[in-house]
Design a protein around this ligand. Structure first.
Ligand SMILES: Nc1ncnc2c1ncn2[C@@H]1O[C@H](COP(=O)(O)OP(=O)(O)OP(=O)(O)O)[C@@H](O)[C@H]1O
Length: 352
């Protein structure tokens, strides 16, 4: 079996801020790997590297055994599909038409553009495929409705259908549980668990909802301050002290023996930008430290080197951007306080 996604030694800096530091992870075909970590840990940056919105300064990427040099507008051709944190459907297209855009991205259909004689047949085939996908997610009855007329959970499923229509080798799921209720999340978990086995797809999931992550992932990679602090099965990761430290701010020892200070007091000046920032943290300031926060945000903004920043959205299908949805890569900002131990509002549940 050909290898799936491999990231080796990926490093990303935004000015003086180290967003990713020597991050390595593998997602074999047919497996689901989750990336978790507190706010600002670097999860979205991992996705943005894979999608080509952010260029790493160290490390290599490969997909299917070949070097991956992602171009955001050609992701589907590279075998990658991504769902967005929001929904990101095209507002003016029906659900079926939205899903058809995913299939077009895969196949590079130009027949309809050219008015080729076989265009109508191609379109019928795409629609049949789209309806089958919507049916598999139990939303085919909404095929001809516009997204805005439907409940959020159905729009989310349609976003998933559109990504699947590209028949990706790698599926990136960006906080799929966001905005869903408990019952809908259970249903989503069942769908996600079925994805790789049915198509041999490698699935990389970024999600704050721990119950979902723990229930669907074969393996979990835990990031904190841009570093991998734990990797393993859900059961193993759950018991890692470094994970508790990352989420709860307790002192802990990483698997390689390095001491981790409580998260909110950790300082790590790494370069001129930090010096200019008056020795502020290399990451977002912690809650309650307004001075460090503005200094860090200032240095990051000044040094921001991404191709995407706040406008990296809508990269679900090649050449397509949907109604302004942002796929991450937000400009530097303060790191919101982490949820309290044992769970919080906003659907975020801490490790337990
Ligand atoms: N384009 C950018 N320019 C400058 N700094 C950035 C940029 N994108 C991300 N960062 C910073 O890099 C760090 C990692 O951000 P990232 O969005 O990857 O974290 P995250 O784990 O996805 O957080 P969240 O859970 O809040 O979405 C943060 O400190 C963030 O402010």
């Amino acid at each position: 079996m050909s290898p799936g996604l491999e990231l080796a030694g990926i490093g990303v800096r935004f000015g003086g801020l180290t967003a990713l530091d020597d991050v390595s992870l593998t997602v074999p075909p047919g497996r689901i790997v989750g990336v978790i970590g507190p706010n600002g840990a670097g999860k979205t940056t991992v996705f943005n590297v894979i999608c080509g919105f952010v260029a790493p300064h160290t490390g290599t990427l490969s997909l299917g055994g070949r070097p991956l040099r992602p171009k955001p507008h050609r992701l589907a051709r590279a075998g990658i599909a991504r769902t967005l944190q929001g929904v990101g459907l095209f507002a003016g297209l029906t659900l079926a038409e939205n899903v058809m855009t995913g299939a077009r991205a895969r196949a590079g259909f130009v027949s309809s553009l050219l008015g080729a004689p076989w265009a109508a047949r191609d379109e019928r085939r795409l629609r049949t495929e789209a309806l089958a996908l919507l049916d598999s997610l139990d939303i085919a009855r909404h095929a001809d409705a516009l997204p805005a007329t439907l409940p959020y959970a159905i729009q989310k499923k349609a976003g998933l259908a559109r990504a699947l229509a590209a028949r990706p080798r790698l599926l990136l799921l960006d906080e799929p549980a966001g905005g869903l209720g408990a019952e809908e999340i259970d249903e989503l978990a069942a769908l996600i668990r079925d994805l790789p086995s049915s198509a041999g797809t490698a699935v990389l999931l970024v999600e704050h909802h721990m119950d979902l992550v723990m229930s669907v992932c074969d393996e979990i990679v835990v990031l904190d301050f841009g570093r991998v602090v734990a990797t393993g099965t859900p059961d193993r990761v759950r018991g890692e002290p470094a994970v508790a430290a990352a989420y709860l701010g307790t002192e802990a020892i990483t698997p390689d023996g390095a001491a981790l200070a409580p998260r909110d007091t950790r300082l790590a000046a790494t370069g001129p930008a930090d010096a200019a920032a008056g020795g502020a943290t290399t990451r977002d300031a912690t809650a309650g430290s307004a001075t460090a926060g503005s200094a860090t945000a200032g240095s990051a903004t000044a040094g921001g080197t991404t191709a995407g920043d706040a406008t990296t959205g809508g990269a679900l299908v090649d050449g397509a951007t949907a109604d302004g949805a942002a796929a991450g890569g937000a400009a530097a900002g303060g790191r919101p306080p982490d949820p309290p131990p044992g769970g919080s509002g906003d659907g975020v549940v801490a490790i337990r």
